[in-house]
Design a protein around this ligand. Sequence first.
Ligand SMILES: [Fe+2]
Length: 285
Amino acid sequence: MTSNKSNIDRLLTQVGELPPMPAVAQRALALIRDPDSNMGDLANTLAMDQAMASLVLRWVNSSYYGLKYPVSTVQQAVAYLGQRTLHSLILAASVAALLDRPVPGYALDRGDLWRHSIGVAAGARLLAAKHGSKIAEEAYHAGLLCDIGKLAFEILLRNIDTSEADWQGYSFTDLETAHFGVDHATLGAEMARRWNLPASLIDAIKFHHRPSQAGEGAVLASAVHVADAAIMMLGIGIGKDGLQYDLDPVACERMGWSEANMKDLLERVIPFIEEADNFIRLRRR
Ligand SMILES: [Fe+2]
């Protein structure tokens, strides 16, 4: 255990400066955990980043939400969408810059990781909905952040030729473990810990490929795992990571999910990915 921890520390030192969790996202997550937070707090958080606030409002007004009347203020958006959904939108907008990067070691072009993460987040939220709206939004956050470890691995992989024969035909998580001693899920969980994210979220990130081993984040990890498999099957943002995906039956059972439900899940997730594409194009301008 200790050697694993020192290995992770060594790897993250090797990576150097980690992408920081944007201050606005940290604040948004803190608000979600604070039962006393209110619309004023949310408006203040958005005011920290006006460009992002305007993006969020444009996204809220997009066809995905199908609002009857356009909304022009955060207060109206909260009234239409509810505070939790808006928090999730703020988080997505905040981490868009992190996730909208090319990850060449995984053969992911710019936008692929963002599109994949949004798809997993939206799918995980749908799957977790029967556990209540709070868990559903947490599942969204876990899905959005589950692959942040790839951002660190991208730097470590720069010195490795992943087109070589011994990188072919295996799942990327197995290869990460074989080469570095940990996979992107474990590394991402440590990044999340250093970003002071809540324990259940850290646990869900750590075990999103091994949900049966998850502890307090078991439902979140299972929702993310199943959604991840679904989005992989859809072929969105798979890069080299989509060669193999072992779907954990424990996670399927926990989420009451079977492959027969796949079509329905994907049909509901695709519009959200399309809107996320529009969002990222707006952001790049
Ligand atoms: Fe992953």
